[in-house]
Design a protein around this ligand. Structure first.
Ligand code: NAI
Length: 682
């Protein structure tokens, strides 16, 4: 491109080439990603004003100056300062006006998209006449706003259904999922998906020879007709209701309602969109989800600046956990050696890893690279050269001690020695070590590929630099590291346990499983505790309980022992608390007569909250934010409630303490309030 003139703004730069094509590049000065904040939009508005009065402009191409992608969306940090729905709506309207201005420009406008094009970024692109995207695995387009408890507000809920029809548009908006450039092309969201080397050329060609009449898709248009909308609206609502409750997540329901009422008519539909998102932005749901977003970012940002570049992971134990840990690390780019005393189990684990790689990476050569990196190592040749060694053998103290005593001798002196134990205190395992400060816990959750959180277990002796390195490693395999104190059950299992035990107590009283599960799901848990126990495996639950009963005195329920003795272990054996057909749960139907006594929800939730308070008081994690984040990403505590401590504080300590006292008087001292309530929840 021969450039003849460049004007630089704080966040944007505008280059004019010999054909009078205007190349407008966004490169936010104060951030390494492009998000849309007040100053970016103000400048954009000024640029559009000046361009609209310039009749020399041949075309406008909007592009990003960042390696991280086009535009990731609105700047979420700005949401925090909004105090009222009216203020939010007014702010949104300003953004809408700017995008409308872009849409009204008389010359061709083209969004040239590389990498992330999300939320407000996609809405900006939708206000352009053409969209050209790079066809690569990095390019993702979507409107993820519902994940923050809001919905698109800069015309996305209007322009997208207008462009690609209501069916495809609602699929994207209501789920918040994103799509590749190829899929976007297929659904008509972008006009071209081309490799990077052709991207500029394609944008240029649209600028110089814009296609005159783009073919209309009548089927898409039909979906937005007035008499079709109520019918489709009911379908969308029905599908939404199967996944979420409008009480917990009102925003996708609002999108459907607005669209049924106003369709894609401008300006009514845009007006309604602004008014509706204004209300959503100040709901507790949205406030909590935005907070959780930042907490997650906080966990992700740990380990920055620590100089540790591990390349080789050695995993010992190729069972349920070790096998999956090895596969996950190989998929994430590590060289992995996998050891087990039973070679057959290494074979099984490698087969599972192949399936994981296929699912995650899809392309043959990438899958092959993973399999080349994952080496069966029955005799432990990898121990000598590994940067990090993860032990995931059977949960037996003596076996683990023997193994670590050997590892300390054989491994590189600076290799990280980590255990995946769920229940054995690090201070017991490390007794056999000459340098007990070398041992750390890296506690994964089952199933490894699905669970985002990993507890970094700090023993009393664990060296600080080892904790930092373990955090770096966990970030490198794309998991969320949560530093926790070594103490029975650590954080996640400890808080989950009383809640699960209460579910078993309810079962023992004769309350039906589906009723207990419904109470938890209505509260917002992703799965009820009875089904969760079956999914984890009743034998695993029993083993963990028995181990913990040694250290914490917790009573193991007879009912659980009976199921395990009969070999009814849950989902994996086809029978546990529930029956399973082809891996799917078959629950006894509950009728409308089977009402859920509020007592059930209170009993489940209060035991969980009480344990959370105890963990905070004992300093299992450093603060309430970490506790909340751990529970949300560790076992799915409803994110819209902000985590156990946020939820307890919102409800009020006094009220919850009173409820605990009532439950204690009826059910005994398992409901005795922890002494931390006054200090931690006030
Ligand atoms: P598993 O029984 O499926 O696998 C253990 C493997 O270790 C077996 O393949 C066995 O052959 C091998 N093994 C035993 N002793 C060995 C030795 N000395 N040298 C080499 N290989 C040896 O057990 P699972 O469930 O994978 O658990 C492993 C560890 O992970 C335990 O410490 C457990 O507490 C922990 N964990 C388990 C979770 C679960 O849900 N299963 C969740 C989180 C942690």
């Amino acid at each position: 491109m021969d450039q003849i003139m460049t004007t630089n703004f704080e966040n944007w730069s505008l280059k004019v080439d010999e054909d009078n094509i205007h190349w407008l590049t966004l490169d936010r000065s104060d951030s390494n990603v492009n998000s849309l904040n007040e100053s970016v939009l103000r400048e954009f508005d000024q640029i559009l004003n000046s361009l609209s009065q310039n009749n020399q402009v041949k075309a406008l191409i909007i592009r990003s100056g960042k390696k991280t992608g086009f535009i990731v969306g609105a700047d979420i940090a700005q949401f925090k300062t909004i105090v009222s729905a009216e203020e939010a709506t007014n702010l949104i309207r300003k953004g809408q006006e700017i995008f409308n201005k872009l849409e009204r420009l008389q010359f061709p406008t083209i969004a040239m998209i590389e990498g992330f094009c999300l939320g407000g970024g996609l809405e900006l692109a939708l206000a352009c006449r053409f969209r050209i995207a790079e066809d690569s695995s990095k390019t993702r387009l979507g409107l993820p706003e519902v994940k923050l408890g809001i919905h698109p507000g800069w015309g996305g809920t209007v322009r997208l259904p207008n462009l690609i029809g209501a069916l495809a548009a609602m699929d994207l908006i209501l789920s918040g999922r994103n799509v590749t450039a190829k899929s976007a092309k297929k659904m008509g969201l972008v006009h071209e998906a081309v490799p990077l080397r052709l991207l500029e050329k394609a944008a240029r060609s649209y600028a110089l020879n814009p296609p005159a009449n783009l073919k209309k898709n009548y089927l898409h248009e039909m979906t937005n007709l007035e008499f079709v909308r109520p019918v489709l609206g009911r379908l969308f609502q029905y599908q939404l209701n199967k996944k979420v409750s409008p009480k917990h997540y009102p925003s996708p329901f609002a999108v459907v309602e607005n669209w049924v009422e106003n369709g894609v008519k401008i300006p009514q539909a845009m007006d309604k969109e602004a008014e509706s998102i204004g209300k959503m932005l100040v709901t507790d749901t949205s406030r909590n989800l935005v907070r959780v977003f930042f907490l997650q970012e906080q966990l992700k940002s740990q380990g920055k600046g620590v100089d540790f570049k591990p390349k080789h992971v050695h995993v010992i134990g190729a069972g349920v956990m070790g096998g999956d840990i090895a596969g996950w690390c190989a998929v994430r780019g590590f060289k992995v050696t996998l050891q087990d005393q039973a070679p057959k189990l290494i074979g099984n684990a490698i087969k599972r890893s192949y399936e994981l790689a296929t699912k995650q990476l899809k392309e043959k050569h990438l899958i092959q690279e993973v399999m080349d990196r994952l080496l069966p190592d029955p005799t432990g040749l990898g121990i000598k050269s590994a940067d990090i060694i993860i032990e995931a053998i059977t949960e037996k103290l003596q076996a683990k001690q023997e193994l670590f005593a050997m590892l300390e001798q054989e491994a590189k002196p600076d290799a990280i020695l980590a255990t995946n134990t769920s229940t054995i205190p690090l201070e017991e395992i490390n007794q056999v070590l000459q340098n007990p400060e070398r041992l750390i816990g890296i506690h994964f959750f089952n199933p490894v590929p699905k669970m985002p959180l990993v507890e970094i277990v700090k023993g009393k002796d664990t060296d600080k630099s080892i904790i930092e390195k373990a955090i770096v490693f966990v970030r490198k395999i794309d998991k969320l590291p949560l530093p926790v104190k070594s103490s029975p059950g650590f954080l996640v299992n400890r808080i989950l346990l009383p809640y699960m035990l209460e579910a078993v107590a309810l079962l023992e009283e004769g309350i039906q499983g589906p009723i207990i599960d419904k109470a938890a799901v209505d509260f917002g848990m992703p799965m009820g505790p009875v089904e969760l126990a079956d999914t984890v495996g009743l034998d695993i639950c029993l083993a963990a309980l028995e181990k913990l009963s040694d250290t914490t005195g917790v009573k193991v329920p007879t009912k659980l022992k009976e199921y395990v003795a009969r070999g009814e272990l849950g989902r994996k054996t086809g029978k546990g608390f529930y029956q399973y057909k082809k891996g799917k749960v078959v629950k006894p139907k509950i009728t409308s007569k089977d009402t859920i006594a509020p007592d059930i929800t209170d009993r489940l939730v209060l035991r969980l909250l009480n344990e959370a308070v105890a963990c905070l008081r004992e300093g299992i994690v450093d603060n309430a934010d970490l506790l909340d984040t751990g529970c949300i990403f560790g076992f799915g505590f409803p994110p819209f409630r902000g985590g156990p401590i946020t939820y307890a504080r919102k409800q009020g300590g006094e009220l919850l303490l009173k409820q605990l006292q009532e439950l204690e008087s009826r059910y005994g001292d398992r409901f005795a309030a922890d002494e931390g309530w006054n200090s931690e929840v006030a």
